[in-house]
Design a protein around this ligand. Structure first.
Ligand code: SAM
Length: 352
């Protein structure tokens, strides 16, 4: 039986009507979100070898608990640090993975982590030890070498040491982020533990790809769960460089429409808001998804300014996903304007 919370969203019937159209109907009419009252926090013991700005590590436990029972394969077309894939393995919710990211050096690093964990751990250890006493200049030398040769171990070292673990390239496609001089990167033993843990979960059970997300979606089948965390809309629409070609809103909506037609379960992380300020466009209601907002604490800026604007992450769920089955408590908001701090008080934790 479908969850009562899901009524009021475009029903499957409404979607069937929409199916007749070849081009998805994009309406600006927003969903009325369901508010999660679970408090997301990282699950202890999940390996996380790649430091990555925008990682969904914090939310991964929550997202995985939404997977339909019996999901065979997790498809992650925008994998980044693959936080959701790793949590799904740790929670034993899937046994097979397709992990993809358009960023080729990142997927080369993933390939080494999954297939050759000892070798990449040894190489990281050598780099980490060699930097001691000359950290600043050493970082620059590794960065130059990475830009010339793209060795996975150099990329791992750069991510472990750079400011906010942010992947930044200049217009020539050269990695140009600076080191965070306050930290040396994960100590080799810790990094090895995370690498070995990730490999143990994924080796022999995952396809690792570096192609455009639409190609990956083309191979998804009913029985899979597709988790999508596309790049932040505000950034990708303006930035086009060698590794990030951006994801246009209309193309993305058309791709989701294609998954709906095939009855493939999916979860999308998209937009979000701080207080009543929304980032990026909401997905159109015509897709017939359930929108859940999850409290993610106060924004750094709000904290600095002494304001109490809470930040919310958005998830959009396809109708194959039953919120009630996931045992995550949500409640319906009447509209954004009714949100006050009093309604935000989280009062429940989620179960596995
Ligand atoms: C927000 S990050 C994903 C973060 C990830 N959920 C995690 O936990 O680390 C988005 C990722 O999409 C990748 N990307 C950007 N455009 C893409 C495309 N057209 N196809 C596939 N991946 C793409 C970027 O390289 C980036 O790693």
């Amino acid at each position: 039986m479908r969850e009562p919370f899901c009524t009021g969203h475009p029903s499957d019937g409404a979607y069937a009507e929409h199916r007749a159209q070849t081009i998805p109907f994009v309406s600006d009419h927003a969903y009325t979100p369901l508010m999660s009252i679970a408090v997301p926090k990282p699950l202890a013991g999940v390996p996380h070898p790649i430091p990555y700005q925008g990682s969904k590590r914090q939310l991964a436990h929550y997202i995985v608990s939404l997977f339909p029972v019996g999901t065979k394969r997790l498809v992650e077309p925008f994998a980044g640090s693959a936080a959701v894939s790793l949590a799904a393995g740790h929670m034993k919710r899937v046994g097979h993975w397709t992990i993809n990211d358009l960023h080729r050096p990142l997927m080369d690093l993933w390939t080494e982590i999954v297939r050759n964990p000892d070798e990449i751990s040894d190489k990281y250890e050598s780099l980490w030890k060699a930097q001691l006493g000359d950290e600043r200049a050493y970082y620059d030398r590794v960065r130059d070498r990475f830009n010339a040769h793209h060795h996975p171990e150099d990329f791992l070292y750069l991510l472990a040491r750079c400011v906010k673990a942010a992947v930044r390239y200049n217009t020539r496609g050269e990695f140009n982020n600076s080191p965070d001089n306050r930290r040396l990167g994960a100590v080799p033993d810790t990094m090895r533990r995370h690498i070995m843990g990730a490999s143990a979960l994924l080796k022999g059970k995952s396809s690792l790809l570096s192609v455009d997300y639409r190609e990956v979606l083309g191979s998804a089948k009913p029985g899979d769960l597709v988790y999508m965390d596309p790049p932040y809309q505000g950034v990708v629409d303006t930035q086009n460089h060698r590794y990030r070609h951006g994801v246009s809103f209309d193309d993305f909506v058309a791709a989701l429409d294609g998954l709906r037609r095939k009855g493939i379960a999916f979860i999308v992380s998209y937009d979000g808001r701080t207080g009543t300020k929304r980032y990026g466009r909401s997905l159109p209601a015509s897709l017939g998804l359930t929108h859940v907002e999850i409290p993610a604490g106060r924004s750094t800026q709000a904290t600095l300014l002494g304001r109490d604007d809470s930040t919310f992450e958005s998830l959009y769920l396809s109708p194959e996903i039953n919120v009630g089955e996931a045992r995550i408590l949500v409640r319906r908001l009447i509209s954004l304007s009714t949100i006050s701090d009093a309604t935000m008080k989280p009062c429940l934790t989620l179960s596995n």
